[in-house]
Ligand binder design. Structure first.
Ligand SMILES: Nc1ncnc2c1ncn2[C@@H]1O[C@H](COP(=O)(O)OP(=O)(O)OP(=O)(O)O)[C@@H](O)[C@H]1O
Length: 245
């Protein structure tokens, strides 16, 4: 039998408590090349989960594997495979977009010429090349978010995890970001995002996971989720699953 590759992300028994449990024994597996949306009400534990995967927060218990690499055993190797885009990314205001991208590329050890080409491609894709000579401190929220995404992609990570990447973007910017994420998956990369925009999950994700109180309460393709609650929209399903019992 052929050896099946390890998932892009595998979480087992992942837990984190801040006085009370935020993530509570979470098991999750996302295959390579998958576009996965993590949904859940406010405070469900989505950001806490992503921050642990990104290596920014230490779990109390459980295991995180990124493309088969145990994050706790070899954090540097695991982190090289992924990029994390937080919902409030930090940029350096006194840098211009290319300077910022070159700086981030340098941190990842990306070769200068390759970084320059990749930076130009990303800035064009996200329609930021028009602002190449402006300092990022004058950028709008949406422009900052797009530049941070470009920074996350500069080292061509295999696994991209994004916290609410489309919130606050206008329709044009949202389209550019969605296309960039879809192209990442088309090239064999993996995308995991959280969103409160159910239409984003419906249209982009191959699989959807719903978390509540730090646990996965439903998971599947849109069709599989619909089978469980026939006739319901994703919104109705979401509200039914996560609403008061
Ligand atoms: N640094 C922290 N200190 C204390 N409590 C925290 C911290 N980070 C998260 N929490 C708590 O953990 C729980 C999960 O929060 P988290 O931000 O992961 O939820 P979320 O699903 O991302 O929510 P939202 O959709 O509102 O962004 C919440 O009860 C939150 O108050």
């Amino acid at each position: 039998m052929p050896h099946s590759p390890s998932p892009a992300l595998a979480l087992s028994g992942l837990s984190k408590s801040f006085g009370r449990p935020a993530v509570d024994g979470l098991d999750l597996a996302v295959a390579r090349g998958e576009f996965y949306a993590l949904l859940g009400p406010n405070g469900a534990g989505k950001t806490t989960t992503l921050r642990m995967v990104a290596g920014l927060l230490a779990p109390d218990a459980g295991r995180i594997e990124v493309l088969g690499i145990d994050l706790a055993a070899d954090p540097a190797a695991a982190k090289r495979k992924l990029a994390y885009l937080p919902d409030d990314p930090m940029l350096y205001g006194k840098l211009k977009p290319v300077e910022y991208l070159e700086f981030v590329a340098g941190l990842w050890g990306v070769d200068g010429k390759a970084a320059e080409l990749r930076a130009r491609e990303l800035l064009e894709w996200l329609d930021l090349d028009r602002h190449a000579h402006e300092l990022t401190e004058g950028f709008s929220r949406g422009m900052k978010q797009k530049l941070a995404l470009a920074g996350a992609l500069i080292h061509e990570p295999e696994l991209l995890i994004l916290d609410e990447p489309l919130t606050g973007l206008d329709a044009g910017a949202a389209r550019q970001v969605k296309d960039l994420l879809l192209s990442h998956v088309a090239k064999g990369g993996t995308v995991i995002l959280t969103t409160h925009i159910l239409e984003v999950a419906e249209r982009l994700a191959q699989r959807i996971g719903i978390i509540q109180h730090g646990r996965l309460i439903a998971e599947g393709t849109l069709d599989q989720l619909r089978e469980a609650t026939p006739g319901a929209t994703l919104e109705e399903m979401f509200l039914r699953l996560t609403g008061p019992a």
